[in-house]
Design a protein around this ligand. Structure first.
Ligand SMILES: [Zn+2]
Length: 123
């Protein structure tokens, strides 16, 4: 990503300035929020999206508690990302539960994913 601004965080392998971080979060949130992505029922894609959304929420929290100077609009965006990702991941996890019930034979990778995500939880 070509950007001259200072990177404040990273998601996956990529570094992001504040604006690009928010844009990336909203992109993921919109994907998670779209009925199409839910209807597809692609287990691996769903797990990957959940992982990224958890990561974005974690980063948003870190930025909001960190030393970077933020104006009120910036804070509002971080809060929006946190709350929205909470909504979206809850819905996706419920959806994933139903997908699992239908495809009980394909759960081998689940423990690994849950274990990785568990460390990033807020509580
Ligand atoms: Zn940028």
């Amino acid at each position: 990503m070509n950007c001259a601004k200072r990177a404040v965080t990273s998601v996956g392998e990529e570094n992001f300035c504040f604006d690009h971080f928010c844009a990336r979060c909203y992109e993921l949130l919109e994907r998670g929020d779209s009925p199409l992505s839910l209807a597809a029922g692609d287990y691996a894609e769903l797990a990957g999206l959940l992982y990224r959304l958890d990561e974005c929420a974690q980063r948003a929290l870190e930025i909001s508690l960190g030393e970077i100077e933020l104006n009120n609009l910036d804070r509002a965006r971080l809060l929006d990302i946190l709350l929205w990702s909470g909504d979206v991941t809850t819905t996706l996890r419920q959806k994933r539960g139903k997908t699992n019930a239908k495809r009980a034979g394909e759960e081998a990778g689940q423990e690994l994913v849950e274990g990785t995500m568990g460390r990033g939880r807020l509580n």
